[in-house]
Design a protein around this ligand. Structure first.
Ligand code: FAD
Length: 490
């Protein structure tokens, strides 16, 4: 829409700004081929497939700035890309003339202060590598998610990723101290002050947290990191039903207090998809619960982390004993070593990937009051029965500690009929519960037109003004988050 077409002259110009290894283009014969660019054009689910013919992999902020300055001058669309693990199609281009700027070559830790815990790093650093670095300093990252081996901190900030530790450390808004951002016209906004307190007017960095690459390219981050807890305990519980989950959740918050670091939920369908159906799943159950017969039901994973091992263990063990004596917990297991701990986490973190292997997945990442989760799942399952067998499973799991329910609808193939059955039905359902249609993944392409289900017209109008003020020519991540008013569903 009104953006320039990419030409060989543009590629030649990029080659004067960046080293040849940082410019990949498939316009002219003898350079890169479309297959070389496929990884940048295809999202993690294989659902959103773009056709960009130019990918830039700058190594410095200055290179990003030069590339952006040129794209602004020419009016070329730009798609910032991190680890490309996003789940709403935000990181893949929507047109062949859009230039992908991948941050993958910007992966330097710039500084770390062991007294304050303030980390400053390039935006392309992979989350896991930052966590590994910090562990050697006695610190950790304030967020953790299943995609940690590939996603980048710049992508995490741009999606305001939530994940498994939010219940303990809060959202990234609480931990991002400052950002370095290349603005759409190439100017560099240097906000890497690393200060915890700075009330000199508007907190601009918060606008980029969750902006999904629509306001600028994040190139550097300054984060407050928490100390690594020496004592981590993990318990897996099997409960008869969701009502029991709510009762147990209430109890454990009071009993575990400040050491509670994660509370995850996964239902029977999620268990089956990740551990295998039938006998295979039962064998996994026997192994992780350490019991010959494990009753069917739903699951909770409870993690504590603190500084005094005996104190933390005593708290969790006595809570488990109490719960096992009552009707709300059928059986449970406390991880005895690192291997068991990793195995239990694998089951929870492996659900999304297992769904992807089982079929094509429609993902709904919603915030609804936790007392409504079962109701939402039951309503959607009733709806799925109308798909004539196209929908194979409706899998429910999520971060119960912060009210974020994930629903993965697994089908044989992506198709209009299934999509029309699910959308906007799913968004109407969430809106009827006063929920949010995107708890942590963002709007991307998938939900951009449904923004009105979670934001009022005034909120959308103000967002549109902010987008225009930052991105005058509308070149940043076209087709994502903020669409022209005529394309938004009312
Ligand atoms: P990308 O996918 O590359 O990009 C995501 C968005 O951010 C795009 O709009 C892109 O344009 C923009 N962007 C990326 N980098 C920049 C930058 N430097 N500057 C400006 N814009 C940028 N998400 C959660 O919140 N919680 C979870 O628990 C969680 N679990 C997941 C588990 C699995 C197995 C998978 C595959 C994904 C999961 N996700 C989760 C989703 C995803 O990992 C997160 O959204 C993550 O933060 C995306 O980071 P990325 O580097 O891969 O970004």
């Amino acid at each position: 829409r009104g953006l320039a077409q990419l030409t060989q002259t543009d590629i030649d110009h990029f080659l004067t700004l960046l080293p040849p290894s940082s410019v990949r283009a498939s316009l002219a014969p003898g350079t890169s081929t479309p297959a070389d660019l496929e990884g940048y054009n295809t999202d993690w689910m294989g659902k959103y497939i773009g056709g960009s013919r130019c990918v830039l992999t700058p190594k410095t902020t200055e290179e990003v700035s030069k590339a952006m300055g040129y794209c602004f001058e020419r009016g070329l669309g730009v798609v910032p890309q991190g680890g490309n693990t996003g789940l709403v199609g935000g990181g893949t281009p929507t047109g062949e003339d859009q230039v992908v700027i991948s941050l993958s070559q910007m992966n330097r830790i710039r500084s770390f202060n062991p007294s304050s815990g303030v980390l400053t790093a390039d935006a392309g650093c992979v989350l896991q590598s930052l966590a590994t670095f910090l562990a050697s300093e006695g610190y950790t990252m304030p967020l953790d998610l299943g995609a940690k081996g590939s996603c980048q901190i710049g992508g995490n900030i741009s999606t305001n990723a939530g994940g498994l530790r939010m219940v303990r450390y809060g959202s990234l808004h609480a931990n991002v101290l400052g950002l370095e951002v290349v603005m759409p016209d190439g100017r560099v906004l240097n906000g890497l002050r690393g200060l915890r307190k700075d009330n000199t007017g508007y907190h601009l960095q918060h606008l980029f947290v969750g902006a999904e690459g629509t306001l600028g390219v994040v190139t550097g981050v300054s984060l407050l990191t928490p100390v690594l807890s020496p004592s981590v305990n993990l318990a897996l519980l099997r409960l008869p039903d969701y009502a029991a989950v709510l009762r147990v959740f209430g109890k454990l918050k009071h009993s575990l207090g400040e050491i509670l670091s994660a509370v995850e939920y996964f239902d029977e369908t999620a268990w089956a998809v990740v551990s295998g159906d039938g006998a295979q799943g039962e064998e996994v159950e026997r192994q992780v619960f350490g019991a010959e017969h494990v009753p069917k039901g739903v699951n909770m994973l409870i993690e504590t982390s603190g500084s005094v091992a005996e104190h933390d263990e005593a708290k969790l063990s006595s809570l488990l004993e109490e719960l096992l004596e009552g009707p709300d917990v059928l059986t449970g297991s406390l991880a005895q070593d690192e291997t068991q701990l990793a195995r239990m986490w694998e089951l929870r973190e492996g659900i999304a990937e297992a769904c992807g292997k089982a079929g094509k997945v429609y993902k709904y990442d919603v915030s609804v009051p936790i007392q409504e989760w079962q109701n939402v799942l039951d309503t959607l399952r009733a709806r799925a029965k109308k798909s004539g067998g196209r929908i194979e499973r409706v899998v429910g799991f999520g971060h119960i500690g912060d009210g974020n329910l994930h629903i993965n609808v697994v089908c044989g193939a992506y198709g209009k009929e299934v999509e029309q059955l699910l959308e906007p039905f799913m968004f109407e359902l969430v809106a009827s519960k006063n929920g949010s249609i995107s708890a942590e993944h963002g709007l991307g392409v998938q939900k951009a037109k449904y923004i009105g289900y979670s934001k009022t017209p005034l909120e959308v109008e103000l967002m549109r003004s902010i987008k225009h003020a930052f991105d005058l020519k509308g070149i940043m991540n076209p087709g994502k988050v903020i669409l022209p008013a005529s394309e938004v569903v009312h």
